[in-house]
Design a protein around this ligand. Structure first.
Ligand SMILES: O=P(O)(O)OC[C@H]1O[C@](O)(COP(=O)(O)O)[C@@H](O)[C@@H]1O
Ligand SMILES: [Mg+2]
Ligand SMILES: [Mg+2]
Length: 321
């Protein structure tokens, strides 16, 4: 089976980017090991602190963040990082050529039930003019990314990665420690009969989302004239992995609970990297009001509504607005 390095070279990735990706993945392998040790490694449960977004931090959130922060700061390739678990941008090497945004552990609420979790990341070039602790360089649309991916800590540890030449899926071979290519150029089926939304928020949705979901639920007897199935992993990384593997539409729409927060998911280190991966696999990624990757960020922890998945289904959903 083909190795990661070899696929990245075939896709024309520059050597420094390959080395940076390998650095991130070395951190993810360490996280994967800690996750697999679970209670034996004392990594389950919550800390006593909250992150900048007011969410209780799990021990694994903090450990994963520290692992990635340390390895990236010491690598020399990175000028600065932004992370879900860091209030502000963290300056690294003033001469580093890249910026990395990451969600060190996505699906935190799944940690204590031994369910799917992952790490999501996105990489852009670091501008020459940038001071290492200046957040403004992170405020670029997702179209500026040079690579994005996630590592899913599931029954097997898998990597989905794009450098803009398709999306490839790799599986961690724990016997020798390398990521091996298991699906090249994955394609999201254009049509689907599977949707993914947290239905407990239904009463807060906007009317057009209510109408769209109720037509899906009406199945064969409704206007769509076919039955739909529903899945919710409670970790975007798990839901998007399923969408990449067999299609579907994953939604976290804007709702009326907190008008100043348009949606739950974060643009820089959740929505944008997933949008890049899914678009490179032939799917669509929209806020309901335009392409996710074209949103101009105003804050490193900015939230956006997301509709991501099979092209035909995202288009149908957009027709309701
Ligand atoms: O509480 P809900 O509505 O199920 O939210 C689930 C969503 O929240 C998230 O867990 C947020 O990510 P974090 O665990 O990184 O905070 C998404 O991965 C997931 O899609
Ligand atoms: Mg997350
Ligand atoms: Mg997280």
């Amino acid at each position: 089976m083909k190795r990661l390095n070899s696929q990245l070279q075939d896709d024309g990735a520059p050597m420094e980017l390959i080395l940076l990706l390998r650095t991130i993945l070395a951190g993810c392998k360490e996280i994967s090991f800690r996750v697999s040790q679970g209670a034996l490694a004392g990594v389950l449960g919550s800390t006593l602190s909250e992150n900048v977004q007011g969410e209780t931090q799990k021990k694994l959130d903090v450990i994963s963040n520290q692992i990635l922060k340390d390895i990236l700061s010491e690598s020399g390739y990175v000028k600065a990082i932004s992370s879900e678990e860091e209030d502000d941008v963290v300056g690294c090497n003033p001469n580093g050529n890249y910026l990395v945004s990451f969600d060190p552990l996505d699906g935190s609420s799944n940690t204590d039930i031994n369910s799917l979790i992952g790490t999501i990341f996105s990489i852009t070039h670091a501008p020459q003019w940038m001071e290492p602790d200046d957040p403004s360089a992170f405020l670029q649309p997702g179209t500026q990314a040079v690579a994005a991916g996630y590592v899913l800590y599931g029954p097997s540890t898998m990597l989905a990665l794009t450098t803009g030449k398709g999306t490839h899926i790799y599986t961690l071979d724990k016997t020798h420690g390398g990521f091996l290519l298991t699906t090249a150029n994955i394609k999201v089926p254009e049509q689907t009969s599977e949707f993914s939304i947290n239905a407990s928020n239904q009463r807060h949705w906007q009317p057009h989302i209510q109408n769209y979901i109720s037509d899906l639920l009406a199945g064969k007897e409704g206007p769509r004239e076919k039955n739909f199935n529903m899945r919710w992993v409670a970790a975007m990384v798990g839901d998007i992995h399923r969408v990449l593997c067999r299609g579907g539409i994953f939604m976290y729409p804007q709702d009326a609970r907190e008008p100043d927060k348009p949606g739950k998911l974060r643009l820089l280190y959740e929505a944008n990297p997933m949008a890049f991966l899914v678009e490179q696999a032939g799917g669509l990624a929209n806020t309901g009001d335009g392409r996710i990757m074209e949103v101009m960020p105003t804050d490193i922890h900015q939230r956006v509504p997301v509709l991501i998945g099979s092209k035909g289904e995202v288009e149908t959903c957009l027709e309701y607005s």
